[in-house]
Write a protein that binds this ligand. Structure first.
Ligand code: A3P
Length: 283
């Protein structure tokens, strides 16, 4: 089921074949005003997209994944025809992002979340879906999550390491890192920082409107009534909608992980991220 590219295993659905898609991503024609929302899945991708889009368009409104553009999922040749400033998503790890971005063109917002909540969110998301073809246990899914066979060829640990190294070894790339936990604790301040990074010319009143438009309740309600929903997910989700907005809290891992599972994650951090300091917030 895995597709190999540059020695790594990708576990994803693309329009064409994985090799062609990833080559297209690497050579993607990046514009200087492009904004890339690069996230490890389940870290708050949709939340941040709903913050970024009003900041670059100047208008408040809900955006669903239906009308978004994702590097690894979509036919990028169509992206050339978009005239407006583009917000482009990606779950790819640093080595696979467009060469143009590494060269300093465009801006990246890198979204991360503590690995325990990220794992729980992913597991809940995945096990709620139909026909995923996965019949394993939560333990099995955790082993998968800890391995570099995971999804886009990177465990959470590899993902954060590669992005951290990418940022520190490459002075040209323009990256602003956003933590899910900081959004939870201080949404308005984080929106102000994102706005400053993007160079958005918006006033405080607008920033406050963005803040209230992206509350968990508002996004969840908008998602559940979104008329833009197609039947794209009908085989995967009972009501045809991706179960994106679940609990939206920090620390749900305490309700879901066993002590042994939580310790496996702690050990992975100690072993694989030795020498790195991240201010991980678990509650
Ligand atoms: P949970 O499953 O823990 O609830 P992504 O968009 O990357 O798939 O991330 C989905 C996670 O972000 C889900 O986490 C979802 O509930 C959470 N989320 C989305 N919008 C949020 C918001 N406004 N406030 C808090 N959490 C939010």
């Amino acid at each position: 089921k895995y597709k190999k590219y540059k020695g790594r295993s990708f576990h994803m659905q693309t329009v064409g074949n994985v090799e062609d898609q990833l080559r297209m991503v690497e050579t993607f024609k990046v514009r200087s005003d492009d904004v890339f929302i690069c996230t490890f899945p389940k870290s708050g991708t949709h939340w941040v997209a709903n913050i970024v889009i009003p900041l670059i368009t100047g208008s408040i409104g809900f955006s669903s994944e239906e009308n978004g553009l994702t590097l690894e999922f979509h036919d990028l040749s169509a992206a050339d025809e978009i005239e407006d400033r583009r917000a482009i998503g990606s779950h790819l790890s640093y080595p696979f992002i467009p060469a143009g971005v590494k060269g300093g063109t465009g801006k990246v917002i890198n979204v991360l979340r503590n690995p325990k909540d990220t794992f729980v969110s992913f597991w809940k998301y995945f096990s709620t879906m139909l026909n995923t073809g996965y019949e394993g246990t939560m333990d099995g899914f955790l082993r998968f999550f800890l391995s570099d066979e995971f999804y886009m060829s990177a465990s959470w640990f590899t993902y954060i390491k590669e992005w951290t190294d990418g940022k520190s070894n490459n002075p040209d790339i323009q990256v602003h890192t956003v933590w899910y936990e900081d959004l939870k604790e201080n949404l308005y301040d984080e929106i102000v920082k994102i706005s400053a990074f993007l160079g958005s010319k918006v006033d405080e009143k607008f920033l406050r409107e963005v803040e209230s438009s992206v509350s968990f309740t508002r996004l969840k309600a908008a998602h559940n009534t979104d008329t833009g929903t197609t039947d794209r997910w009908k085989d995967l989700c009972k009501d045809g909608r991706l179960p994106i907005y679940r609990k939206g809290v920090i620390g749900d891992w305490k309700n879901e992980l066993t002590v042994a599972q939580s310790e496996l994650i702690d050990t992975a951090i100690k072993e694989r991220l030795a020498g790195y300091t991240f201010n991980l917030k678990y509650e």
